[in-house]
Design a protein around this ligand. Structure first.
Ligand code: SF4
Length: 312
């Protein structure tokens, strides 16, 4: 454990580079599309986009780059949301095909300003991608849509391969980490509804280093398994700017390894990607899902494959 301000060596990352990276960036700008990778200045961008062992992954951010909420850990701008771009679903589907991704992650800002929270627009984007190529695996990282079950069902009915929704941290720290409109029980209810209404794999992510105690993380893993969550990721919280939440501690990589073992061996999660640089849509998770869904491998075999190929 490392308190204080100086970033430890294990958090040093190389800036993204390479021709593939530049090419993807150009394609995205041409179509005025946003990615979480860029918005959050993700340290793994170069690796994910260039796809060390395959076509690569990118996380598209739908419904603009301004959010109706203001979580204290997040670098996305709050307020001043634009009307939805009706061409965005087709544009994303075109970009995915052009870039040649076979695994795409879709996420979005929260749009509490829209009656359906943007769920119909989100669902149409899933359908547009699948219409272009039914073979593409689509993972969705959805907002809580204010807990509206109909909005969640719209996403389920669009047929993505994975539905993720992040609880972000333990119950005690929901505020001040997340916007007051978010909540632990509400997020568990979103994941629970997907599990009850479908066979779609569910996934969630927690940041470590915001002041959580180990017994709280342990309890959270139990709550997540109770609502049928299959995949969980752990990553280090990194402060985007001085106006954001302080880093309480830099958690040692060994601790991340312990949580992976606890999650998989004690709680029976199908897969846990855990490491200081792991982000919710980090490659390792995708490799696991691909191995299972596309190749029909058993969870154990898919885990071995994911770790050997590109794992965390
Ligand atoms: S809901 Fe919170 S975490 Fe999500 S984009 Fe908005 S501010 Fe960021």
């Amino acid at each position: 454990m490392q308190r204080g301000r100086r970033k430890p060596d294990w958090l040093k990352s190389r800036p993204p580079s390479g021709s593939r990276f530049t090419e993807i960036k150009e394609r995205l700008r041409e179509r005025d599309l946003h990615t979480v990778c860029e918005e959050a200045n993700c340290p793994n961008m170069g690796e994910c986009w260039s796809g060390r062992d395959g076509p690569g992954t990118a996380t598209f951010m739908l419904m603009g780059d301004r959010c109706s909420r203001g979580c204290n850990f997040c670098d996305v701008e709050t307020g001043g949301m634009e009307p939805l771009d009706p061409d965005e679903p087709a544009n994303v589907a075109d970009a995915v095909a052009e870039i040649g991704l076979d695994y795409v992650v879709l996420t979005s800002v929260d749009r509490d300003d829209l009656a359906d929270g943007g769920s119909a627009h989100f669902a149409e984007t899933i359908r547009a991608i699948k219409r272009r190529d039914p073979e593409i695996l689509v993972e969705t990282l959805i907002p809580d849509f204010g807990g509206d079950p109909e909005a969640i069902d719209r996403i389920v009915d669009a047929g993505p391969d994975v539905i993720a929704h992040n609880v972000e941290t333990v119950e005690r720290l929901q505020w001040p980490v997340r916007d007051r409109r978010a909540g632990y029980e509400q997020s568990l209810a979103v994941l629970d509804r997907v599990d009850r209404e479908s066979d779609i794999h569910t996934k969630t992510s927690l940041m470590l280093g915001v002041g959580e105690y180990h017994h709280e993380v342990y309890r959270t893993l139990g709550d997540l398994r109770e609502v049928g969550v299959d995949v969980v990721t752990f990553g280090q919280y990194l402060r985007p700017s001085r106006s954001h939440l302080d880093v309480f501690e830099y958690v040692h990589p060994d601790v991340f390894d312990v949580w992976r073992a606890v999650a998989e061996e004690e709680f029976g999660f199908l897969y846990c990607a855990s490491g200081p640089m792991v982000r919710s849509s980090y490659k390792a998770g995708e490799l696991f899902v691909e191995a299972m869904l596309r190749e029909g491998r058993s969870p154990e075999d898919a885990r071995r494959h994911a770790r050997a190929a590109g794992g965390d």
